[in-house]
Design a protein around this ligand. Structure first.
Ligand code: DGL
Length: 370
């Protein structure tokens, strides 16, 4: 054990990502495979919390892979449509909402997180699956990652095609999600998303394509895969989440307003000033390039900052991360950088952080650590 510990500590301090194996004690029987099984007799107990989305969608015709109504099929029907789930875990369903995910509000995010927090506290629950629309599953996943204090697997699942379509992807995605939610080696890896055979980190994954099953990507890659009921892990998250988070949904009943302003050429100050007039306590500047701010906007942002509004520079560019004090003098203007978080993820972290602090230095620490 002594041989392993220093290597783990050094790697984590260096901010690298270790193969999950190095983090998990004994080497599995077969190299590369971390087949996990609960105690031989008992199947894991998994609760499926349904919120709507395409995975619960229905189209008029089997050829309708993109034309359909989201949020139609109730959770018990979703479960009944995949009999193989019963081989994997003892599951029960709860219908939290029945909405298309673009309609999620902060109040519903908080309600869902409190429900999940209560479920994971139960001794008769080993893992939770949440069925969700793909449009904002990346925000919900990150929010739960930040505020639900648990090591138990919380697995988001969605689909790009309705269950009524030829080659629908929801059934296998749901079976995979239940597999992961019941897998011991999925513990303490943060909130996860199973889509298209992959296990993505809830923090990192984002919807990059709007019309095909391979829609979700993380610039840092998936954490692993699920293949025929087995989980295969290749990396583990190093950012704070779950039990290592300083945030707790049990103490959060509302979220401060945070607005995103999308950067482009020929900008105007009104989107920023109107957002603040509407109650925004922080602005996520989804800037061009490395979160760049047009010269003619600097005075507007300086004025808003002088009124206590937090200015957080993210980027409209999908990958990479915003560098502090590179092209933009963040120290001089007391701005925060969103690091590798895209604007919608930065909005979630900013809102959660603002439940604890409005100090820009503290906010920057939080953006480095989560
Ligand atoms: N309205 C979208 C949503 O609920 C449908 C997309 C989907 O779930 O795949 O997110």
């Amino acid at each position: 054990m002594r041989r392993t510990l220093p290597i783990v500590l050094m790697a984590l301090m260096a901010g690298t990502v270790l193969p999950a194996r190095a983090l998990e004690g004994p080497i599995p029987a077969k190299p590369g495979e971390t087949a996990t099984a609960p105690a031989a007799s008992a199947k894991p107990r998994v609760v499926i919390v349904a919120t709507g989305g395409t995975i619960a969608g229905a189209g008029a015709d089997a050829a309708n892979s993109a034309t359909y109504q989201a949020a139609k099929v109730p959770v018990d029907k979703l479960i009944a449509a995949v009999p193989a789930i019963a081989q994997v875990a003892d599951v029960r369903g709860e219908q939290a909402f029945q909405i298309a995910s673009e309609s999620f509000t902060n109040a519903q995010l908080i309600e869902l997180a409190k429900k999940v927090s209560a479920l994971v506290k139960r001794d008769d629950v080993d893992g939770v699956v949440i069925t969700h629309g793909t449009d904002t599953v990346e925000e919900t996943a990150y929010f739960l990652d930040l505020v639900v204090r648990t090591d138990k697997p919380i697995v988001m699942v969605a689909s790009m095609r309705p269950s009524t379509a030829i080659s629908a992807d929801g059934a296998l995605n749901l079976l995979d999600a239940v597999t992961v939610a019941g897998a011991n080696d999925a513990r303490a890896k943060g909130v996860l998303l199973t889509m298209n055979d992959e296990i993505q980190a809830g923090r990192d994954t984002t919807k990059r394509v709007n019309i095909k099953p391979s829609a979700f990507f993380s610039q840092w890659g998936p954490l692993g895969m699920v293949v025929e009921g087995k989980t295969y892990w290749f990396r583990a998250p190093v950012k704070r989440h779950g039990t290592t988070s300083e945030f707790n949904i049990d103490g959060i009943d509302s979220l401060p307003e945070v607005a995103i302003v999308y950067g482009s050429g020929n900008m105007h100050p009104e989107p920023y000033t109107t957002a603040v007039a509407g109650g925004a306590k922080a602005i996520i500047h989804a800037g061009t390039g490395n979160g760049s701010v047009a010269g003619y906007l600097v005075d507007t942002l300086k004025d808003l900052r002088s009124k206590g509004v937090l200015i957080i520079r993210s980027s409209r560019v999908g990958d990479g991360f915003v560098l502090r004090n590179a092209e933009q003098p963040d120290d001089k203007y007391d701005w925060v950088v969103a690091h590798d978080l895209n604007p919608q993820k930065a909005k979630i972290l900013a809102a959660v952080a603002l439940t604890k602090t409005q100090d820009s230095k503290e906010l920057q620490r939080i953006f480095w650590e989560y």
